[in-house]
Ligand binder design. Structure first.
Ligand code: GLV
Ligand code: GLV
Length: 324
């Protein structure tokens, strides 16, 4: 069995993969180009890929009809053309669960950083600008009693809600479907329409997957519906936000600030956002802990091993795609 890995993975996962077949790993310190990817997958029975690899019918065809499984080392799988792979009988797997807490931690970190001006304060000190403590100095916004609006109350959205509850925030959420009553009551979470959520929330945090329905969900109109004092947090996928519209809204002070871990055209970032003091940016670090990245790679490797052994995948993504 030939297993193609598009970018280095932790050794623990390599051990599992080597037991399952002949492993080829890209040695590049960058994503493979589309041409390189098609070339690399030739003859593969399994492909372990990253969220920056676009895996479509052309990639599956380049691999050949023996391709059995594509294991995405990510919970999101918007980089994979699900119908094209389903048509070719290829199993697709993702890595839900193991990155829930790490991603919610990062989202909450961005929330604190932007509301308490942590990045701005750090930049001030590093610029050696003189300063002194006074009662009006660099005031941020408190969280106690404020409303967190969670867009998409899946596993990560719920983990974010738990953190916010500990900070005394009220939780409202919107989403494609209503959460289970026990989830709502455990979080004291109130379901609102998307528009009501935008109008109500002091912080809007995005936890929905990227789908055709959620692309540019946060556009000029949505930003216009938010409170002028509200903050936006994005740790899901860049294209859920119209980044140019966000920069416009921030410049016009239509919202108070943003904490962003993901971008529309990664690794590019809308340049205007980088000039603004009320924007905190991190380079797609949601799941970036030693523990979580190891677990993600292991899960992907176990999915490959299971499918190649003829057993069912551990985390198969269904073509109509419910992300758990
Ligand atoms: C990371 O962004 C993931 O989807 O796992
Ligand atoms: C602030 O630093 C305080 O001591 O209140």
């Amino acid at each position: 069995m030939r297993i193609v890995v598009t970018r280095r993975v932790p050794e623990a996962a390599m051990v599992v993969l080597r037991e399952a077949g002949e492993v080829w790993v890209s040695g590049e310190d960058r994503p493979l180009s589309p041409d390189e990817l098609r070339e690399a997958v030739r003859g593969a029975d399994a492909v372990v890929c990253m969220l920056h690899d676009r895996v479509d019918g052309a990639v599956a065809d380049a691999a050949g009809p023996q391709l059995k499984v594509v294991a995405n080392v990510a919970v999101g799988y918007d980089n994979i053309d699900m119908p094209a792979l389903a048509e070719r009988g290829v199993t697709v797997t993702n890595t839900p669960g193991v990155l829930t807490d790490a991603t919610a931690d990062l989202a909450f970190g961005l929330l604190l950083a932007v509301t308490r001006r942590i990045g701005e304060g750090e930049r001030l000190l590093r610029s050696r600008t003189p300063w002194s403590f006074h009662l009006g100095f660099m005031l941020g916004s408190g969280l106690q009693g404020k409303t967190l609006g969670i867009v998409g109350l899946g596993q990560i959205g719920q983990a974010m809600a738990h953190r916010a509850r500990a900070f005394g925030m009220r939780i409202v959420y919107s989403g494609r479907s209503r959460a289970k009553p026990e989830v709502e009551s455990a979080l004291h979470a109130e379901h609102l329409s998307f528009l009501e959520l935008l109008r109500t929330a002091d912080v809007v945090s995005l936890h929905c997957p990227l789908t055709p329905e959620t692309r540019h969900l946060i556009d000029a109109e949505a930003l216009g519906a938010m409170k002028h004092s509200a903050f936006l947090i994005n740790t899901t996928r860049g294209p859920v936000v119209d980044e140019a519209a966000l920069a416009d809204a921030l410049l016009r002070r239509e919202i108070a600030g943003a904490g962003l871990d993901v971008f529309e055209k990664e690794p590019e970032v809308e340049p205007r956002l980088l000039e603004m003091d009320n924007v905190v940016v991190t380079p797609h670090l949601g799941s970036a802990t030693v523990e979580t990245r190891t677990e993600m790679a292991l899960l992907a490797a176990r999915n490959v091993a299971a499918v190649l052994a003829g057993d069912g995948a551990v985390n198969e993504v269904r073509p109509d795609g419910d992300r758990s």
